[in-house]
Design a protein around this ligand. Structure first.
Ligand SMILES: [Zn+2]
Ligand SMILES: [Zn+2]
Ligand SMILES: [Zn+2]
Ligand SMILES: [Zn+2]
Length: 608
């Protein structure tokens, strides 16, 4: 076996640890991982629930609250504002470290006792059904977003206004059904855009205005299905399409889908980035196997979702905002330095194995602390005691590792065992990207939660909704609409059969603000529940995986490959003449997929 070759403790496949990785582990003083990168990613994601909200009572005030923690979990949950108040003290739950028990068992005990805030939605106003958000105003069913106003049914928004049913949009206004784009104004049904306005159905377009149904355009106006029009003609045509009708909309979506399949794609959607592998990277440099990062990310590996200045970090989900030397952490950062295995830790220094801690330094295994230092399992130590005890605990973690129900061992440096998660597998974002059936999840030793059926009666089926928004009356606000998927989620690509039934919420309502939005912009009512809509958008992004592949460019056309239905005619001369392009790359487009994928050079020849 080569030096870096390992067998994953979890999935039993082999993976390789590069020499640069060893250098990083040495730098932060952790042993090399025993789980493969994908299993490590899933393990982190199993600690994050965005979308599942439950009604429960605050354990402090008995007030009815909405929480991401369901009542069947052995946890103490406080109303958000009480949690953040000084009416209680998390240090009272402190435990003396016990060298007769594995560390993780002791952490689990503390996690069950130390109160947690019902939801994570700091600084938000009139935004009750939102989680993992901050600084939102009038938001409804928005997750994983910050700085927004009048936003609904969306995730991963940053600085957005009047944005509905969208995913990963920044600095935009009046956006509907769009994903992975920034700087948009009045844009609908689009993906991978930069700086576009007044447009519909665009894919991979930059600097475009008043365009409809186009792909791979740069700085164009009045284009329709990639053909130029006069302004007058364009405007006349747009009226004819009449998107207020659901039937018309479906037909156009179909046509756009085919246009996308005829168009070439760049091996990865990267912007101002250098020396990277992964997908959806904006201003990222020297980073490998990274996805969905933005704004100054450097010298890192295995990061998913995050950015805003993060460097020298490995294995994080949702980390960033001025952070350095973060390892195996989830939703952490914000002026953070030296985190090892943390979940929701902000503004900290040298924090390890801690959950939901803010403004702390030198913590080990703590839950729910604010502005503390030198604490272990929520117990206060002097600096001298702390510095002496932590190495003893690390030694103990290695001598008496935690063993989970499946026999997996967790020594120091290993992230939390999934069975310690406050969430079941299918409540977490893991299910959105790596869907499992109940049987599969249980077999892997992960937790599962059966869908809690809501107490409601469907009053109208989505197929009976008026086709056109102009025929929708105010009475729709009183209706409970049956999702067109009828509880069988067609969107979540769980292995079939049996289909995963946990994600479709079966019914939904229209809220007043939303109805106003559809009327104003002449858009038909949705036919699917918010969850199914969310899964449809997730599906538009590439998966969190990479494959090494050859460029599809065959010189004069794209090469006819299994899976691709269309052949693209090249319009420019390429460096490889009429021969096949010799370039290979890592891409998140699966080899068996229908997309025509070009290397950066060939793509730029055709598009730039
Ligand atoms: Zn694995
Ligand atoms: Zn549904
Ligand atoms: Zn090429
Ligand atoms: Zn080429």
């Amino acid at each position: 076996m080569r030096e870096g070759q390992r067998i994953c403790q979890n999935c039993k496949t082999s993976f390789f640890i590069e020499s640069e990785d060893f250098a990083f582990y040495k730098k932060i003083n952790v042993p090399p991982p025993t789980w493969c990168p994908e299993c490590r990613l899933k393990r982190r994601m199993m600690f994050r629930n965005d979308r599942n909200l439950y009604r429960r009572a605050c354990a402090f005030s008995s007030k009815n609250i909405i929480s991401g923690f369901s009542t069947d979990k052995p946890l103490v949950v406080y109303d958000r504002d009480i949690w953040w108040s000084d009416q209680w003290d998390s240090m009272q739950y402190g435990l003396e470290y016990n060298f007769k028990k594995p560390f993780f068992s002791q952490f689990q005990e503390l996690l069950g006792q130390s109160p947690l805030p019902a939801v994570f939605n700091g600084r938000s106003i009139r935004s009750f059904f939102c989680n993992r958000v901050s600084a939102l105003k009038d938001a409804y069913l928005v997750f994983d977003s910050f700085e927004g106003e009048n936003v609904a049914y969306s995730s991963e928004l940053i600085y957005c206004k009047d944005t509905v049913d969208s995913l990963q949009i920044w600095n935009s206004e009046l956006v509907y059904e769009s994903v992975t784009s920034e700087k948009l104004y009045r844009v609908f049904f689009s993906q991978n855009l930069e700086n576009c306005n007044d447009s519909f159905f665009l894919y991979n377009c930059h600097g475009c205005a008043s365009c409809f149904g186009c792909t791979n355009l740069r700085n164009k106006s009045y284009y329709m299905f990639n053909e130029p029009y006069s302004k007058e003609e364009y405007q006349r045509k747009i009226k004819e399409f009449d998107l207020g009708s659901f039937k018309n909309l479906q037909a156009l979506k179909q046509r756009f889908q085919e246009l996308k399949l005829r168009s070439i794609r760049k091996s990865a959607y990267t912007f101002n980035s250098s020396d990277v592998t992964g997908d959806y990277l904006w201003n990222v440099h020297n980073c490998k196997s990274c996805f969905r990062l933005t704004d100054d990310v450097r010298d890192s590996k295995f990061l998913v979702h995050g950015g805003l200045k993060i460097s020298d970090s490995y294995d994080n989900y949702g980390a960033g905002i001025n952070a350095e030397l973060l390892y195996e952490s989830v939703d952490s950062g914000v002026d953070g330095f030296g985190y090892i295995c943390d979940i929701i830790v902000y503004s900290g220094n040298d924090v390890s194995y801690s959950y939901n801690c803010y403004g702390c330094q030198n913590l080990f295994g703590c839950v729910g602390l604010r502005n503390k230092q030198y604490c272990i399992l929520n117990k206060q130590y002097s600096k001298e005691e702390y510095v002496k005890l932590v190495p003893q605990i690390i030694h103990h973690m290695n001598k008496m590792p935690y063993k989970d129900k499946k026999g997996r061992m967790y020594k120091y440096g290993e992230f939390f065992p999934p069975e310690l998660s406050p969430f079941a597998y299918n409540e977490t974002i893991t299910q959105e990207y790596f869907p499992l059936t109940k049987e599969q999840a249980l077999k892997e030793g992960y937790l599962w939660k059966d869908h809690e059926m809501g107490d409601y009666t469907i009053t109208i089926l989505s197929k009976d909704l008026p086709d056109h928004i102009k025929d929708v009356t105010g009475d729709i606000l009183n209706q409970i609409i049956g999702c067109a998927h009828g509880g069988i989620c067609n969107e979540n690509p769980a292995p079939k059969p049996p289909r995963c039934r946990a994600s479709c919420s079966t019914a939904f309502r229209i809220i007043p603000h939303e109805l106003e939005f559809y009327r104003l912009l002449n858009l038909p009512l949705p036919r699917l529940c918010p969850n199914c809509r969310h899964y449809q958008r997730i599906k538009q992004r590439t998966p969190l995986k990479l494959w090494r592949r050859k460029c599809y460019c065959a010189g004069l056309t794209s090469s006819p490959q299994a899976g691709t239905r269309f052949v693209y005619q090249n319009t420019a001369k390429h460096f490889h003449g009429s021969d096949y392009c010799p370039n290979t790359f890592e891409t998140a487009f699966a080899p068996e997929g229908p997309e025509i994928v070009y290397c950066e050079a060939c793509y730029n020849n055709e598009v730039a």
